[in-house]
Write a protein that binds this ligand. Structure first.
Ligand code: HAM
Length: 423
C-alpha cells in the first residue's frame, strides 16, 4: 500500500461514529449539568507554553512533543495536552474579570510522540474539565464527581479512583529531598532510566513502570507524611466528600495511592486518576488534579484551579466490546426504473430529505442490481420510481427488513411515508 496512516494514529470509520458520539454526548451533557461551558483553543501553541507549564523535565516535554519552527521562525508545538492552552486563553481573554470560578470544558485532538502500544497513540482525543478561580476542596470533589458521572453513564465497571496529595511547592521540595535519601540506598539497583530521574526529578521515580523500581518504591516515604497542615486539611476535606459518595453510591470506590504523582509538573495538593483493570497496563482512563501555581507562572494573577482530562480512545475501545453497532443509516433507496426519470428522482430525493428521511438514489444499474444495493446497505425501504407511479402521483414503497407488500402513498403526503417508516 503506498500510504498508511502515520504510526500511532488511526482513522475513525463510519461504523464507529455512533460510539464516538455516545462518549462525546456523555461528556458534554455531564459537563453542562454541572454548569461548565465549552472552550476551544488552537491545536498548536508556542512551544514555550508547554515548557513552562507541563515542565522541562517531564517525558512529555523532553521526548514527546511534535515541535517545529514555522515559516516565520517561531518554535511551535502541537498541543500534548490542553490545560496549558486553556490557562493561556483564560489570561489572554481576561476571564479573571468574569464571575469566578470559570467552569470550562473542552474536547479535541492532542499529540504526543509516544511509543505506540495498546491505549497509547500519537494523536488521541481528550475531554477535559478545568475549574479556574476557586481554592476550596469542594471543587476538587466537583471535578472528581463529574468524571465519575461520565464513567457511570458509559457503564464502566471496575473503575477505581486513585487519589493522593502532593502538598504545595515547599512540601514538594522537602518530600523530594526525603525521596532522594531513600532511593540513594538503592541507586545501584535502579534501572538506568530511574537513575537519571534520581537527580533531575526524584518524584518521577514513583511513577516508574519498571518492575524492580515498583518493588523498591513500596516502602518509599509517603507524600501525605510531608504535606503542610493546610494541605492536610484540604486533603481530609476531600476524603470526607469521597466517603460520603461511597456511602450513597456503592459502585464508587476510591483508594489513597501513595505512589500517584502524575507525569506533569504543574500539580499541587490533590492529584487523582481513575483506573480500570480491564484496560491492562495502560489502565488510566483519566487523570487530573489541582494546579494552583500555573496561572501565575504564565503571568496571570494568582488563581487556583483544578481539572482533569479523559482519554477518549480508551473509553471508546472499552465501549466497543459491549455495543452493537447500528447498521441502519438510510431510510430510503430510490429505485429508478427508467433512466429518463433520474432528474425527477433527484427532486423527489430532495423532498424526502427536506422531511428528514435519509435518502440515497440507487446507482444507474438494472432494477435487480439497484434492489441488491438497497438491501446491501440495509436501507429501511426501497421506493420505486417509474412512469406509472409518477403519472399516478404516487410513490411505491417496499419495506426491506421485513417481508412486506408494496405500499402506494400519495407523492404529496410524505407524512404517510414517515408513519410507515416508524411503524
Ligand atoms: P494526562 O494524564 O497526561 O493529563 O492525560 C489525561 C488522559 O489522557 C490519560 O489518563 C489518558 O486517558 C489520556 N492519554 C494521555 N496520553 C495518551 C496517549 N498517548 N494515547 C491515548 N490516550 C492518552 C493531562 O493531559 C492533564 N492536562 C489533565 C488535567 C486537566 N489536569 C488538570 N486539568
Amino acid at each position: 500500500m503506498p500510504f498508511q496512516a502515520p504510526r500511532g494514529t488511526f482513522d475513525i470509520l463510519p461504523d464507529e461514529e455512533e460510539i464516538w458520539n455516545k462518549v462525546q454526548q456523555a461528556c458534554f451533557e455531564t459537563a453542562r449539568l454541572f454548569g461548565y461551558r465549552y472552550i476551544e483553543t488552537p491545536v498548536f501553541e508556542e512551544s514555550g507554553l508547554f515548557q513552562r507549564t507541563v515542565g522541562e523535565n517531564t517525558d512529555i516535554v523532553e521526548k514527546e512533543m511534535y515541535s517545529f519552527d514555522d515559516k516565520g521562525g517561531e518554535n511551535i508545538s502541537l498541543r500534548p495536552e490542553n490545560t496549558a492552552g486553556v490557562c493561556r486563553a483564560f489570561i489572554e481573554n481576561g476571564l479573571h474579570n468574569t464571575t469566578l470560578p470559570s467552569r470550562l470544558f473542552y474536547y479535541g485532538p492532542m499529540f504526543r510522540y509516544e511509543r505506540p502500544q495498546s491505549g497509547r497513540y500519537r494523536q488521541f482525543h481528550q475531554f477535559g474539565i478545568e475549574c479556574i478561580g476557586e481554592a476550596s476542596p469542594d471543587v476538587d470533589y466537583e471535578v472528581i464527581k463529574i468524571a465519575w458521572d461520565v464513567l457511570k453513564i458509559l457503564d464502566f465497571g471496575n473503575v477505581v479512583l486513585n487519589v493522593n496529595s502532593l502538598g504545595d511547592s515547599q512540601d514538594r521540595y522537602l518530600y523530594s529531598e526525603e525521596l532522594k535519601k531513600y532511593y540513594s540506598k538503592y541507586l545501584n539497583d535502579l534501572p538506568r532510566v530511574d537513575q537519571l530521574r534520581f537527580e533531575r526529578s526524584p518524584l518521577r521515580i514513583l511513577d516508574s513502570k519498571e518492575d524492580i523500581t515498583i518493588k523498591i518504591s513500596e516502602d518509599a516515604p509517603k507524600t501525605l507524611d510531608f504535606i503542610s497542615t493546610e494541605s492536610s486539611i484540604h486533603h481530609e476535606n476531600l476524603i470526607l466528600n469521597l466517603d460520603q459518595l461511597s456511602s450513597i453510591d456503592k459502585e464508587f470506590k476510591y483508594k489513597i495511592n501513595h505512589r500517584l504523582v502524575r507525569g506533569l509538573d504543574y500539580y499541587n495538593k490533590t492529584v487523582f486518576e481513575y483506573t480500570s483493570d480491564s484496560l491492562g497496563p495502560q489502565g488510566v482512563l483519566l487523570g487530573g488534579g489541582r494546579y494552583d501555581p500555573l496561572i501565575k507562572i504564565l503571568g496571570g494573577q494568582d488563581t487556583p484551579a483544578v481539572g482533569f482530562a479523559m482519554g477518549i480512545e480508551r473509553a471508546v475501545n472499552e465501549l466497543k466490546k459491549n455495543i452493537d453497532i447500528e447498521k441502519n443509516y438510510v431510510d430510503a433507496v430510490l429505485i429508478v426504473t427508467n433512466d429518463d426519470l433520474r432528474i425527477q428522482s433527484a427532486q423527489i430525493a430532495n423532498n424526502l430529505r427536506n422531511h428528514k428521511i435519509r435518502t440515497i438514489i440507487a446507482p444507474r444499474k438494472s432494477i435487480k442490481a439497484q434492489m441488491r444495493f438497497a438491501n446491501n446497505i440495509n436501507s429501511k425501504c426501497a421506493v420505486f420510481i417509474g412512469h406509472d407511479e409518477l403519472e399516478a402521483n404516487k410513490l411505491s414503497i417496499k419495506l426491506l427488513q421485513e417481508k412486506s407488500e408494496q405500499i402506494d402513498i400519495d407523492l404529496n403526503d410524505i407524512s404517510q411515508f414517515k408513519k410507515i417508516l416508524s411503524s
